[in-house]
Design a protein around this ligand. Structure first.
Ligand SMILES: *Cc1c(COP(=O)(O)O)cnc(C)c1O
Ligand SMILES: [Zn+2]
Length: 436
């Protein structure tokens, strides 16, 4: 059976050629996903092959995404140009201090901040931009002020396509925008809100033949799938009890669910790990859905300092519900204070991450305290972004100036402010001895 883009709405069940430029189902409007139903791999042989490719100097083997290309058969390295910056290959890091903070015996971080542009968006963008190129696109676009822009700009530039970024006017996050400017993206600030711009971009993309690389792009999900496959390779295929991830647009949790669904169907694993998705209190529609199990209700004005998860109306929620339910997973939400303190603890491990990523540790602390996660469980928490994505937040936290979006001052619980000292060796020696 050829691979297709399939509508996830079971009542519609339409499928489309992977050569069609669609992001949602043209018949019913539901999300689509890439499916390769004829795929069958020998788990033992494949695991060996994927491991052996780590020794190769071929770009597609050095990529921590395309190393698993049997799972990404929509592109063929023999005939398609693969756009890679050697994404993936992110480490598993043991973090005893963070484990103790959460009340766990041990804790492992999978740090996606080690990616070329500093976030897991690169795992998806290598796939999305490869498809864009294969479809003959000259221009790609997204609406985002954050890591998606940074990543898309880099991959488009590497592929020789022109990146176009749409921003809501006056809503700019400079750290990440700087990367997009550096990689040469045409950056358009529109005087409209996020949803209005998204509608506008969809029309423009159709008219001008621009390929959209927003969260809804199904091939980005495929690239992000490999985060879990790489993790399993690194764990010698020993399944963790829990995988913890922050939730914004919910693309990542959807990708993780799909990865394990496919691995299980082919016999690589016998079951799924349990997923825990963590949201910020001010932007927690997914967490609220799991509390009430009613209709999915978007949040109208999402707020959190963890800007990568400041999403009120996450596009991938139907796929994400499936991923959580099929893994007997849980969803929780954490406060700005909990995120800020957890982030400082990740820093104290010598690891560091951006605010959204720290929601994982904050959530774990809650889930261990409530007994939902056992203290002896084998846990992998995914750190989604690099510590340098948001230096302003760090400086404010450590100097006692960090405020919530509503203006409340946060405690600088693990604050580490610079110390101003006089030019006197004796006094400086005293201070060093007192403080270290
Ligand atoms: C995009 C992003 C998220 C949110 O991931 P979703 O797939 O949208 O749920 C979390 N953390 C970081 C650093 C991100 O860039
Ligand atoms: Zn449909």
């Amino acid at each position: 059976m050829p691979s297709v883009l399939a509508c996830i709405n079971t009542l519609c069940a339409s499928s489309f050629s992977i050569d069609e430029v669609i992001y949602t189902c043209p018949r019913c409007g539901a999300l689509v996903e890439y499916r390769d139903e004829g795929l069958s791999l020998d788990p033992h042989q494949s695991a060996k092959l994927w491991r052996a490719r780590r020794m190769s100097n071929l770009p597609v083997d050095q990529s921590g995404v395309w190393r698993f290309r049997e799972l990404l058969a929509f592109a063929n390295p023999e005939t398609d140009r693969i756009v890679t910056l050697r994404e993936g290959n992110t480490p598993l890091l043991d973090a005893p201090r963070a484990a103790a903070y959460a009340g766990l015996d041990s804790l492992t971080f999978k740090h996606q901040g080690f990616n070329p542009t500093g976030s897991f968006k690169d795992n998806g963008m290598t796939a999305g931009s490869t498809v864009g190129l294969r479809l003959g696109m000259k221009r790609v676009a997204c609406v985002s002020t954050g890591n998606t822009s940074a990543s898309m700009a880099a991959y488009a530039a590497a592929a020789g396509m022109t990146p176009i970024i749409f921003l809501p006017h006056g809503n700019i996050s400079y750290g990440k925008l700087a990367q997009a400017l550096e990689y040469g993206a045409l950056t358009l600030q529109v005087e409209a809100n996020f949803d209005q711009i998204l509608a506008l971009v969809r029309v423009l993309a159709d008219e001008l033949g621009i390929y959209l690389l927003n969260s809804v792009n199904p091939f980005r999900i495929e690239g992000q799938k490999t985060i879990m496959v790489e993790m399993m390779d690194q764990l010698d295929w020993r399944l963790p009890d829990w995988v913890v991830v922050p939730g914004g647009n919910l693309g990542n949790i959807s990708a993780f669910g799909k990865a394990f669904r496919e691995l299980k169907a082919m016999g690589f694993v016998e079951r799924l790990p349990r997923f825990a998705v963590v949201q910020a209190e001010g932007s927690a529609p997914f967490s609220d859905y799991f509390r009430d199990r009613g209709e999915f209700q978007p949040v109208t004005s999402p707020e959190t300092l963890a800007t990568a998860i400041r999403i009120g109306d996450p596009v991938s929620w139907p796929k994400a519900i499936d991923a959580v339910d099929s893994s007997s997973g849980v969803v929780c939400k954490v406060s700005e204070q909990e995120i800020a303190d957890a982030k400082a603890v990740v820093g104290q491990c010598g690891i560091g991450c951006e605010p959204a990523s720290a929601a994982t540790l904050a959530g774990l602390k809650q889930l261990v305290a409530s007994g939902q996660v056992d203290k002896s469980a084998a846990v992998v928490a995914v750190l989604t972004g690099n510590v340098l994505k948001d230096p302003d937040y760090i400086f404010k936290y450590h100097t006692g100036q960090l405020k919530t979006p509503a203006g409340a001052l946060l405690n600088s619980t693990f604050g580490n402010a610079p110390v101003v000292v006089p030019n006197e060796p004796g006094r400086i020696a005293d201070i060093i001895n007192q403080r270290t």
